[in-house]
Write a protein that binds this ligand. Structure first.
Ligand SMILES: N=CN[C@@H](CCC(=O)O)C(=O)O
Ligand SMILES: [Zn+2]
Length: 423
């Protein structure tokens, strides 16, 4: 593999020195910006980072032998990390979208057998190959948006066979697609109709019959639950997450999305790696998350699409919670792959600064999936996941809102997107 020398970036956002823990209360200087910056990449890894003249002097042979990418006039950042998606699914739910526009609520639709149940029905019917092909295409679209690592949840199978199928598809995608995937088991996404009268039995089934197989076959790293009034109680969520923990799966929680329900508090109690959504998180829950160092993964696309008030990012940051942003890419509550739009929501709807937003889609997002030491910043030894933009500074990303400004994507030291096109 020939080295790559990316040179002359007008703004190189390195986010240096943040690999050990997620960043709380980021400020502009945390971006550690290098003007006229350059990056030397060798064997898929970052070998050196600095000013262009400096690196040319330090590595004369390597820089002259390398493939040169000229980033004059361009912003360069670490690849975006998506810490919350429901990537592997079949079908779409545009009819529900129209029902919601006429006043039906997300939960009304789910309780009537639609929502997660509708996608589960279609996902169960789809073959491994069909799911693989559709999800591969979704990954391509994410990559064009600058995403270089994707967390992918199961949760549209709701039984051993189909949860496994989703996770096996994610595993194959991780092997064959250029992007890196991180898998999360989410069997506790909805109570299947067979168990409707006795959700505790479904929890017992997940704990006794499903989780051990998922753990044994190494199909997931995290265990997630939809902790929400009408879905799984705090007590049921605790049970399934503790069982996962005993098998080595780190907890994550869909918490306080539609009601204030104690999900943030549970995340703190279990020292979950992240609590996600949090539109209705209580002050107490927020403070407990801050004390426990749980990353809040906020999903503004979902609030926007369900026409709800955005999570209170400002309050969470001010009270000391580390924040990440993600698309929540899924067919029901956030059918989008646009990180750019999430960043725009961060600045324009959630009171976040441009620096807070950039941290939220890179290094803090990496920490939300336990990858802070590998990705999320441009530092020596880390994976060479880099983005080159058609704008000169990061402020332009928000100023020209609603656009994908990604020009090139380098993933593991290989150029995968050039002039906005997959290559
Ligand atoms: N809230 C629960 N789960 C998903 C949506 C799943 C769906 O509607 O299909 C979410 O994160 O928004
Ligand atoms: Zn979700």
């Amino acid at each position: 593999m020939k080295p790559i020398f990316l040179q002359n970036a007008s703004e190189l956002i390195t986010l240096k020195g943040l690999s050990n823990a997620p960043l709380v209360k980021p400020v502009e200087s945390d971006l550690s910006i290098i003007q006229n910056g350059s990056v030397l990449i060798d064997n898929g890894t970052i070998l050196a980072v600095g000013q262009t003249t400096e690196l040319k002097e330090m590595y004369p042979e390597k820089t002259s032998a390398a493939d040169v990418i000229d980033a004059s006039g361009s912003l360069v950042t670490p690849g975006f990390v998506e810490p919350h998606t429901h990537l592997v699914f079949a079908g779409s739910r545009e009819k529900e979208f129209v029902m919601r526009l006429k006043g039906a609520s997300y939960m009304d639709i789910m309780n009537a057998g639609g929502g997660i149940y509708a996608t589960t029905e279609q996902t169960r019917l789809a073959s491994h190959q069909q799911l693989y092909t559709q999800s591969f295409e979704r990954l391509d679209r994410l990559m064009k948006q600058g995403v270089t690592t994707v967390e992918a949840k199961s949760g549209y199978g709701l039984d051993l066979e189909n949860e496994k199928k989703q996770l096996e598809v994610a595993r194959e995608l991780n092997q064959k697609h250029a992007l890196d995937l991180v898998s999360t088991f989410m069997g506790a996404h909805a109570v299947p109709s067979f168990y409707k009268q006795n959700p505790d039995e479904f929890i017992a089934y997940l704990i006794n019959d499903v989780l051990p197989v998922i753990a044994k076959e190494g199909l997931a790293e995290f265990n997630d639950v939809f902790c929400e009034n009408g879905v799984f109680t705090v007590e049921q969520s605790r049970r399934v997450l503790e069982a996962g923990k005993r098998l080595g799966l780190s907890p994550k929680i869909h918490a306080d999305e539609l009601e204030s329900y104690g999900g943030a508090e549970l995340a703190a109690e279990l020292e979950a790696v992240s609590a996600d959504h949090l539109l209705c998180a209580s002050d107490k829950g927020i403070d407990q998350m801050a004390a426990a160092g749980v990353v809040a993964v906020l999903l503004p696309g979902t609030a926007f699409f369900l026409q709800k008030k955005m999570a209170n990012a400002r309050k969470m940051i001010d009270r000391g919670v580390p924040l990440a942003l993600s698309t929540d890419c899924n067919p029901g509550s956030s059918p989008t792959v646009s990180t750019a739009l999430m960043m725009n929501f961060g600045c324009l709807q959630m009171g976040m600064t441009p620096a807070e937003v950039l941290v939220a889609v890179t290094i803090n997002a990496a920490h939300a999936i336990n990858r802070g030491s590998l990705i999320g910043s441009i530092e020596v030894g880390k994976k060479a996941d880099l983005l080159l933009f058609s704008v000169p500074t990061h402020h332009h990303l928000h100023y020209h809102f609603g656009e994908n400004h990604v020009k090139s994507v380098i993933k593991n030291g290989v150029v995968r997107v050039k002039e906005g096109m997959l290559i």
